[in-house]
Write a protein that binds this ligand. Sequence first.
Ligand code: NAP
Length: 492
Amino acid sequence: MIEKSKEQKVLIFIFGGTGDLAQRKLYPSLFNLYKKGFLKENFAVIGTARRPWTNEHYQQVIRNSISGMEDTAKQATEFSRHFYYQSHNVDDSEHYVTLKELADQLDIKYGIDGNRLFYLAMSPKFFGTICKNLRGEKVTSDNGYNRVVIEKPFGHDLSSAQSLNDDIAKYFPENSIYRIDHYLGKEMDQNILAVRFGNNIFRALWNNRYIDNIQITLSESLGVEERAGYYETAGALRDMVQNHILQIVSLLTMNAPVTFTDEDIRNEKINALKALQVYTPKEVAENFVRGQYDENGDLKAYRQEASVDPKSLTETFVAGKLHINNMDFSGVPIYIRTGKRLATKATRIDIVFKNMPNNIFSDTEELMPNVLSFNVDANPGMELTLNTKKVSQGGYALENRTLKYTHDEATQAITPEAYEKLILDTIKGDTTNFVHAQEVFYSWKFVDAIRKAWDEQAITPEELTNYISNSMGPKASDDLLARDGNKWIFNP
Ligand code: NAP
């Protein structure tokens, strides 16, 4: 039985309605919300793109994209009837007039009360034009909410991010702009705040007095696949560090929010990112490592992939050491790494605590540092390693044991996919798990300094560190930690 309060009233516009993101992620997520009763009678979706599709064809595309998820064919058909298509070139302001007419009709037909969500699932170069026309041609409503959802990448450096933001902020206030970072929709990333601020043992320990170092790994096993066109201009630093990794860093190092509200949480995340030490070129060389995947058996080297420049200097791997200069984290190295064609696909966070100041057991019994780990993707859950007594007849030996919980099958089955959670948040008006403009700006400021230092280094393709496909990156990444007497805890 679905309680009435769950049901949301919304008219969703999907710009880029024929695209990959819409078909692979957005339509299945909307269908799940429909099955769960969050979307029921009072919603409609207008998909727009240039292709001259009919409503009937669009509805068939919707049914195809949710194929296998439906309980009955009737359910899929009823869901798809809420979808309308309008062929539309976003540069042509005339089309916004017809878009408004259709929107106003659907608003009445479905009793939506003027709530409008504009999902921009297309290239950021169009965002400014779309926002200007939505306001200029009054596609926005006067009686409900008007929210814009924006996909990554949000700029390719600080200055482009600022100008993109200016283009949007002229027409929509900050609290109605939802910048998606789908890592923020993942259960175990969201769990970071629960563990940190819901458990007194961790509140007491979560600082530079007790944490030795933090390690974050976002590894992908796939290569560049068909995204080479974009990836050649981005690289791992822009594609993964600027957004996903720095968002995780901010959740791990932010101060406690005064209240658990989106405004307070985002303010503290902004402060954490503001405290990131922006490196000089010399510091970049000391603290950052880049690499590119090399062939291994049947696996091609990055430079052999289709649409990749055979002399490409684009990094497919980054490892680095970050510093957050605030009271609690100053002096704690935060090691990060991400890359393509690594040994496994995983998102893993390891909090390594300082070892005991004194080992009372004996010179032969080694005490291992306690490590709290979050497994974000595969087998979501957490682990905590402890030194414990080894069962024995006599003597007193220690052994390292791991307390572990993993979401069981039933929990995993009901865990919403990141996009589904985030789309529901946009409809409900909860900005907690969306990136504030200031977070974007501080992240770019940090990343730009690294990019600039690398771009100014005149290296040849041969001098870029290579790593064997299916490994965990170049040796230089291990050396980065070894110089501090540390090593990667996550070693698949
Ligand atoms: P895509 O498959 O290339 O889709 C682009 C969409 O834009 C298509 O529907 C295209 O339709 C439409 N379009 C292009 N020019 C247009 C114009 N002048 N007027 C109206 N419509 C136009 O790209 P995508 O992979 O879905 O990605 C969309 C956005 O999401 C990008 O910013 C991307 O970086 C981001 N993103 C995607 C993913 C993903 O998994 N795909 C993940 C993260 C972020 P027509 O050709 O019919 O006009």
